[in-house]
Design a protein around this ligand. Structure first.
Ligand code: SAH
Length: 399
């Protein structure tokens, strides 16, 4: 018997609109006893074929759709075609001269639900975040090695909590090929950075901020800069190259700060214009405010405070708190570069939060730029959730 998921009429429009997620609440009935990881046909209450996806009874996201073409089986060939198209997109939008590190596969937006692949020079790092991706993990590995010349190996970093929501264990280790070295040196906009793909955050580096680092640094010449949540100092190194007078970088991870100092040296810059502070940003900004410190520019690039919509209210308070303090630490005419990578908070809400922060800080501020994730993190037009990173450049008035 064919394994089918009959959906409620109210969910039809979403699936016809090519949104790839079907939640448990949208399921009317199961047919053919689908098992975890099985390919299922998604059909309307009238039995009309709508889509084909992978079934997961452990997740609230019961089906992730892999195709809307009735003649397209979900198999190795599909995976290979999708990877091919994903690689082609990067070749088009990320010139080789800009970087040798980029996101090659961005999950749903590349038609591969739950699959993330980042390239760091000759190595790939893969994250497998859905049951379907888990099922075709080896096929994904083979196809990647085959499609990209000169790749030495693929390392897996499926050590992310969202896997538990899918009913999957966390896992790290080699998928294919040679073991990567302890440190990989990547290039980005003419700078070099050390990446530890085994232990670094995410898959090792925040590739999504590449273009923003360049754009932000163009406005920092001669400025006294505060870089909050600096990780391995990428924004700081860009700022120093751009001629910033001084950059103070804060992060709670002492290991990340050590790498930051090394990255500065790796690019041939002296450390006389850099201060690295190991602290909690929330309390450090308060201490700085109490000491009446001030800066020409403040960068706020915090971790995901609201991974899903459930944490939005708590996250909104945290964003408001740091943005308020950020505004207070600015000199008249100063610039705030503020980001949110929370899927649960969209640009409109983020703007409201930042507006509230300016009001409470008693500053008049204007938006002079809006920032997004780099082009190697594309957003499927059928999948607005793909646009997770948003940023604002605000200038506060001189009066
Ligand atoms: N801007 C960075 C990426 C920032 S990721 C880049 O371009 O590479 C977020 C960083 O915030 C992480 O390095 C994490 O260690 C740090 N972090 C998380 N919570 C923190 C806190 N409360 N105080 C200080 N740093 C924190």
């Amino acid at each position: 018997m064919i394994k089918r998921v009959v959906i409620k009429p109210a969910r039809e429009r979403t699936i016809r609109g090519r949104h790839p997620w079907l939640y448990s609440g949208g399921v009317k009935q199961l047919e053919g006893d689908p098992q975890p990881g099985d390919v299922v046909e998604v059909v309307s209450t009238h039995g009309e074929w709508l889509a084909r996806g992978v079934y997961n009874p452990f997740s609230q996201m019961r089906v992730r759709v892999w195709t809307w073409d009735p003649d397209e089986p979900v198999d190795e060939d599909l995976i290979s075609r999708r990877l091919h198209s994903a690689i082609d997109l990067r070749e088009t939008v990320i010139p080789e001269a800009v970087t040798d590190a980029c996101r090659l596969v961005h999950g749903e937006s590349d038609g591969l639900p739950g699959v993330v692949v980042d390239r760091y020079g000759d190595w790939l790092v893969m994250q497998v975040l859905s049951f379907g991706a888990e099922r075709w993990r080896q096929e994904l590995g083979h196809a990647l090695m085959h499609l990209i010349p000169n790749i030495k190996g693929i390392y897996e970093r499926s050590d992310v909590e969202v896997r538990r929501l899918e009913g999957l264990e966390l896992r790290t280790g080699m998928v294919q090929g040679e073991e990567p070295p302890e440190w990989i040196t990547i290039r980005e906009h003419g700078l070099r950075f050390q990446v530890d793909i085994r232990h670094g955050q995410k898959t090792g580096f925040y590739l999504d901020q590449r273009d923003n680092r360049q754009r932000v640094s163009e406005l920092l010449a001669g400025k006294k800069v505060l870089n909050c949540f600096c990780y391995t100092g990428a924004f700081s190194v860009y700022a120093i190259r751009a001629g910033a007078q001084h950059v103070t970088s804060i992060d709670s991870s002492a290991e990340a700060l050590d790498v930051g100092a090394k990255n500065l040296a790796l690019n041939g810059f002296l450390d006389d214009r850099a201060t690295w502070v190991s602290a909690d940003v929330f309390s450090e900004l308060r201490r700085m405010r109490d000491r009446r410190e001030s800066y020409d520019a403040v960068i706020l690039d915090p971790p995901k405070f609201a991974p899903t919509s459930a944490q939005v209210n708590k996250a909104a308070r945290a964003y408001k708190d740091i943005n308020l303090l950020g505004f207070k630490l600015l000199q008249p005419g100063g610039l705030l570069f503020t980001f949110s990578c929370s899927g649960g908070i969209d640009m409109a809400l983020f703007e409201k939060i930042v507006a509230g922060a300016a009001l409470d800080a008693g500053v008049h501020a204007r938006i002079v730029g809006r920032l997004h994730q780099s082009a190697d993190h594309p957003v499927g037009l059928n999948f607005p959730e793909g646009a997770y990173l948003k940023g604002l450049i605000c200038q506060i008035s001189r009066e």
